[in-house]
Design a protein around this ligand. Structure first.
Ligand code: ADP
Ligand code: ZN
Ligand code: ZN
Length: 718
């Protein structure tokens, strides 16, 4: 018999080890099986299977427990390669999360382990059966039209009754086959001739010995064109190419650009159905297609020979997964590039502080695109909102912005208005008791959504009816405070009744395809003004956009988070970069209260280095990343007493470490769960991981403790 080690589906850390079963046949490594685990049938992945002369009873005696038989083998061939299994193992150690959760993060749903199972979709096909058949004339006619492997549905279109007859007489048969992705062919467009700057970046990348290169290129400098040329080069060497883009940048425009150059591309992102993802996964696995454009999880696709991984907008926070396993795509990319002896290109107009520092130090090759393709930067102006209020002007759309909008519309150009807050009004305050209406499940103020006349919690999504009176004191004196994108939309309609206005935020794109529709409309210039949240700040490249207005530009700076200045800077730079990308020079109006802030100044001068120097100085003084690494331990529980016990247990152990350990901090309630955070910071990441793993191993041996999540190097603190 065979001794078989398996990893059982279970997200909790305390089963993060293989369990032993036996089977009569040999099972290939990395196939899924079903096993009895804690008295229930559960799926698992085989990690090892070795022959032994011993009986299950003898093994049981040695191990000290009864060894059970594998209940069922699910797959005929492995669901994952050795490379990816090892990668999952590494991921599990570096993110301190269960191996099975790493494996499942890597696989499409049809190949994940689960308790209920999702079988891939199959289609019915028809084929002929060899042998002597005697047909009537009609039957012969139909039989001759049948091609092996044709869809059963198509065959029936010839004649339902004769097909049925042919099946009955054994001349043809129906069978099932997993459906495969059918590719549409698109005419290909010519590659643009690279500018000298682009060409230099291209040449230097393909000739360097360094694994990682950083392309620091201002917005509109033609980074995408460089990616496409590089992709073509690596494809011609018979290598696979992966272009990673942030969640929201996979716009119809971006997809079209890539499709036009390469006849067959896989787009791998969250809008695909599970079935579509599975089909694309198989195409990569079977090497039917060599180039993939995708979001975070495409880093785990089963490439054969990965020559180049491009990470567009490498600073973007969507590259970090914020649930278990909390991995950053960059680290996985480095690991895979090392294995495949390929290269990684990190690209951004506002590189992450860490990547840029490494590039300056020479760990990465630094490539630069200093000029815009159209050689013209937008003119930027800052409007002081305190001034506007003093002058009794609107602080939603300032006088200056109103004038520019009206000029823009007059010239038949387009405008983008960014406000990083959706809804109508973010705070409803009682004027008598001063209370703010809050979500009952989260410690978060409720947002008013005027079109549905309801209050929504933007944390958990819970919807409330608008109360007539303050729930606290019964007063009717409720004030709507602050503004979101819906209110801006209303204001703009009032100011420019003739303009065609659309809004793009999480509320307006919740339906599948809505996102594409809004952007298509804007691309065809059927919309004059597009209002939106950070969704509209990235990637858009429309020649008619000559005006960008950024409302409450400094709102993000009020947050306490260590990274909020960088995030705000990135957003403002990206948004300004949408203006004046073609022939006409663009204009950007930034509205803020804190106009003297270095983030606003840096954006005004489009000066990344200015921002970088000040921010790094500040990070150095406070020993925050990139001068240190962070391990964030988050506990959540609906039982406050158990939480207290768990917090105490962990903190007592962490406190003893020779590292910076912050006192446990109570986070706001989220979805009815109480939450606590313990932060550890140190320069030595490996040591931190080792120590944290030891403490967590201790923790999970205790019974009845709170749920714990580890986030290594979080991009923002909970
Ligand atoms: P980025 O990603 O750096 O913001 P894009 O790649 O979107 O910039 O390029 C900006 C614009 O310039 C696009 O419309 C693109 O088609 C155009 N472009 C890029 N490279 C060239 C080139 N070599 N010749 C002509 N046009 C170019
Ligand atoms: Zn009140
Ligand atoms: Zn809530």
């Amino acid at each position: 018999m065979y001794l078989t080690e398996v990893y059982v589906t279970n997200a909790s850390l305390n089963v993060n080890r293989p369990f032993t079963y036996y089977s009569k046949q040999e099972i290939e490594k990395f196939c899924r099986v079903k096993v009895m685990f804690h008295k229930a049938l559960n799926q698992a992945i085989v990690s090892d299977c070795v022959y032994t002369e011993k009986t299950p009873e003898e093994i049981g005696k040695e191990l000290g427990y009864k060894v059970e038989e594998i209940a069922e083998v699910i797959d005929e061939s492995p669901v994952i390669s050795q490379e990816l299994f090892d990668l999952a193992f590494w991921l599990s150690r570096t993110t301190i999360s269960p191996l099975i959760s790493c494996l499942n993060a890597m696989l499409p749903k049809a190949l994940k382990t689960s308790i209920g199972h999702n079988d891939p979709k199959t289609v019915r096909k028809i084929r002929k059966i060899n042998g002597e058949h005697t047909f009537t004339v009609k039957q012969k006619e139909v039989y001759d039209q049948i091609i092996d492997g044709m869809n059963a549905a198509d065959a029936r279109k010839i004649s339902v009754s004769i097909i049925r007859k042919l099946i009955d007489m054994g001349a043809i048969e129906e069978y099932r086959e997993e459906s495969v992705f059918e590719n549409q062919l698109i005419e290909s467009a010519a590659f643009k001739k690279l500018t000298d700057e682009q060409q230099e970046a291209y040449d230097r990348l393909i000739s360097t010995d360094k694994t990682v290169s950083m392309l620091y290129g201002v917005t509109g400098s033609g980074k995408t064109e460089v990616y496409l040329h590089l992709a073509r080069h690596y494809l011609s060497l018979d290598k696979d190419v992966l272009i990673l883009v942030p969640e929201i940048s996979l716009t119809p425009q971006m997809i079209e650009r890539v499709k036009q150059r390469f006849s067959d591309v896989v787009f791998y992102h969250s809008e695909l159905s599970d079935q579509e993802r599975y089909e694309q996964y198989k195409r990569v696995k079977n090497r039917e297609v060599r180039i993939v454009v995708g979001t975070r999880s495409s880093i785990f696709l089963p490439f054969h020979d990965l020559g180049l991984i491009i990470i567009d907008e490498e600073h973007d926070s969507s590259y970090k997964q914020d649930n278990i396993p909390c991995y950053h795509v960059k680290n996985v990319a480095f690991k895979r590039a090392m294995y495949h002896k390929g290269k990684v290109l990190l690209a951004s107009a506002t590189p992450s502080l860490e990547s840029y520092t490494r590039a300056l130090k020479g760990d990465y090759q630094l490539l630069e695109l200093k000029n815009r393709i159209n050689l013209s930067f937008p003119k930027i102006e800052v409007v002081d909102l305190d001034d506007e209020i003093r002058k009794h002007h609107s602080y939603i759309i300032s006088k200056k912005l109103e004038e520019e909008l009206s000029l823009c519309l007059h010239n038949h150009k387009q405008a983008i208005i960014l406000l990083n807050r959706r809804g109508y009004s973010p705070i409803i305050k009682c004027m008598d008791c001063g209370g703010v209406l809050m979500c009952q499940d989260c410690d978060t103020p409720l947002n008013y959504h005027k079109n549905q006349n309801v209050l929504k919690c933007h944390q958990c999504g819970r919807v409330y009816n608008l109360p007539e009176r303050c729930p606290n004191c019964g007063s009717k004196n409720l004030l709507f405070y602050g503004f979101g994108t819906m209110k801006v939309e209303e204001e703009l309609h009032k100011l420019f009744p003739q303009a065609r206005i659309q809004r793009m935020d999480r509320d307006s794109v919740s339906r599948k395809g809505a996102h594409e529709k809004i952007l298509k409309c804007f691309e065809k210039h059927e919309t004059d003004i597009l209002i939106g949240t950070q969704m509209i700040a990235k990637g858009l490249d429309y020649p008619d956009v000559t005006l960008v207005g950024i409302l409450n530009a400094d709102a993000g700076l009020m947050r306490q988070d260590y990274n909020s200045t960088k995030v705000t800077f990135d957003l403002l730079m990206q948004a300004s970069g949408r203006s004046g990308r073609a022939k006409s020079t663009g204009k950007v109006i930034i509205q803020a209260f804190n106009t003297e802030h270095y983030v606003i100044k840096a954006v005004l001068n489009q000066d990344y280095r200015y921002f970088y120097n000040i921010e790094m100085n500040y990070r150095n003084k406070t020993s925050y990343p990139p001068y240190a690494h962070i391990v964030e331990v988050i506990l959540s529980d609906h039982m406050p007493e158990r939480m207290q016990r768990s917090v105490k247990f962990l903190y007592e152990r962490f406190e003893k470490l020779d590292m910076r350990v912050y006192k446990p901090y109570e986070l706001g309630k989220l979805k009815k769960l109480y939450r606590y955070r313990i932060l550890i910071m140190d320069k030595d990441l490996l040591e931190m991981l080792k120590k944290t793993q030891e403490i967590i191993d201790d923790y999970i041996r205790e019974s009845n403790m709170s749920h714990v999540k580890i986030d290594v190097d979080p991009l923002y603190l909970e």
